[in-house]
Design a protein around this ligand. Sequence first.
Ligand SMILES: CC(C)(COP(=O)(O)OP(=O)(O)OC[C@H]1O[C@@H](n2cnc3c(N)ncnc32)[C@H](O)[C@@H]1OP(=O)(O)O)[C@@H](O)C(=O)NCCC(=O)NCCS
Length: 201
Amino acid sequence: MKKSVKVMIELAAGVIIWPRWMMFKIYRRTMGEDRACAAIGQRASRWAGIQGEYFRRKLYGRIIQKMGSDVVISFGTVLTKATIELGDRVYIGSYCLLGDVRVDRDTLIADHVNIPSGGKQHGISRLDVPMREQAGEARTIRVGEDCWIGSGSVVMADVGNHCVVGAGSVVTRPVEDYKIVAGNPARVIGDRREKAGEMWV
Ligand SMILES: CC(C)(COP(=O)(O)OP(=O)(O)OC[C@H]1O[C@@H](n2cnc3c(N)ncnc32)[C@H](O)[C@@H]1OP(=O)(O)O)[C@@H](O)C(=O)NCCC(=O)NCCS
């Protein structure tokens, strides 16, 4: 896209997102930061097309803790926590749901990926109290730089740098740098360093 068109969309984004940003501030006061972030994020997720990506980047740039340059947040995706950090050139596909997560630069997240704030949001130890009333623990999930998280994955543990998570995987244990993991639960199926130089045909 031409630089002049990009600049115009950036300028338009600054105006378009303004009412949503104001709404976020009101919601934050009345219902708290997390619910405000999710509520505004759901609305923003419906902005279509390339301009929608610009608008979401601009809006979330004001809401979340860190927004890198040239981040793409695709249609249908919702960031639910203001604590989220996204590094430069992070790409997030369509219909993803992100909780408290830090994603480092150049990482690709495919469509329909879910990264909740860990896997222990609800306590399950007491049998006399409904789980919805038992205290759980939320934690920040870290996805390193230059990772590829395949479609439909659920990531509940940290992923190192330069990793691949196969499509449809459920990550329950930390993944070491350069590992290729797949399945439910995700297991190591390879190491990118051993595949270096190989070509897919
Ligand atoms: C993981 C992936 C990158 C392949 O990596 P790879 O190192 O080349 O793995 P291979 O194809 O050599 O497969 C190795 C083994 O893992 C298995 N495997 C590969 N991907 C898998 C997956 N997603 N889930 C479960 N098992 C998988 C293979 O069946 C094979 O098993 P086998 O040894 O019993 O035959 C690829 O399968 C994948 O999932 N890509 C993500 C695609 C995607 O989500 N695209 C979205 C648009 S960007």
